[in-house]
Design a protein around this ligand. Structure first.
Ligand code: E4P
Length: 219
């Protein structure tokens, strides 16, 4: 499973990049708004840091023609842009048009298998089921990820499933177990996922033991 960061915070991207696991970034208008910066300025900095790794950049209107124009414009900012499109009627039209133009897309706000199937069949290169937001209303977010993975794989579609809206380390492990191709995570989730109390206790004991042994050797 590939790990993406769901952020536009440059410091978070730089930090996780040092871990050697960062394969891409996803953003959305709420995430960009948090930076307090101009949309293009904030996105361009992320694109530059990520080099040739994909960065999803969301379009800003539910109108197919406008989405396609925005998508073309975003691709001028960087050839690692993946155009993120909300899964609506207008979105489907834009996804199929962008596919024809060879512009990669990520169909976002997927809350049902039907939406996932339609977006994948329309030509989305990635689809993003929103696990946390489904779980918040008592639905089965991970089940949807699994269903989407099965559908694209059984039908041989050129479409990767991004497990999105992840809230907990459990979501991350479950995404891997059901075969999500990608998990996009907030920074705080990745740092939490790495932690384990037995790891902390074990490391402390190893280091303490060695300090004691060193003192004995010096005597
Ligand atoms: C995915 O591409 C979205 O940006 C993101 O995962 C949404 O997460 P949220 O439900 O925590 O806002």
């Amino acid at each position: 499973m590939d790990f993406y960061l769901d952020t536009a915070d440059i410091n978070q991207i730089k930090e996780i990049d040092k871990w050697g696991i960062l394969r891409g970034v996803t953003t959305n208008p709420s995430i960009i708004a948090k930076t307090g910066r101009d949309y293009q300025e904030a996105v361009s900095e992320v694109l530059a840091i990520m080099g040739n790794r994909p960065v999803s950049v969301e379009t800003l209107k539910d109108d197919a023609e406008v989405i396609v124009e925005q998508g073309k414009k975003y691709r001028e900012w960087g050839n690692n842009v993946v155009v993120k499109v909300a899964t609506t009627e207008e979105g489907l039209k834009a996804l199929s048009e962008l596919r024809k133009l060879g512009i990669p897309t990520n169909a976002t706000l997927i809350f049902s298998l039907n939406q996932g199937i339609l977006a994948a069949e329309a030509g989305a290169n990635y689809i993003s089921p929103f696990v946390g937001r489904l779980d918040d209303i008592g639905a089965d977010g991970i089940g949807l990820v699994e269903d989407c993975v099965n559908y694209v794989e059984e039908n041989g579609l050129d479409c990767k499933i991004i497990s999105a809206s992840l809230r907990s380390p459990q979501h991350l492990e479950e995404s891997a177990k059901v075969g999500a191709h990608i998990a996009t995570c907030p920074y705080s989730l990745l740092t939490k996922a790495l932690k384990h109390p037995l790891n902390d206790i074990g490391l402390k004991a190893f280091l303490d033991d060695w300090e004691k042994a060193k003192k004995k050797l010096k005597k």
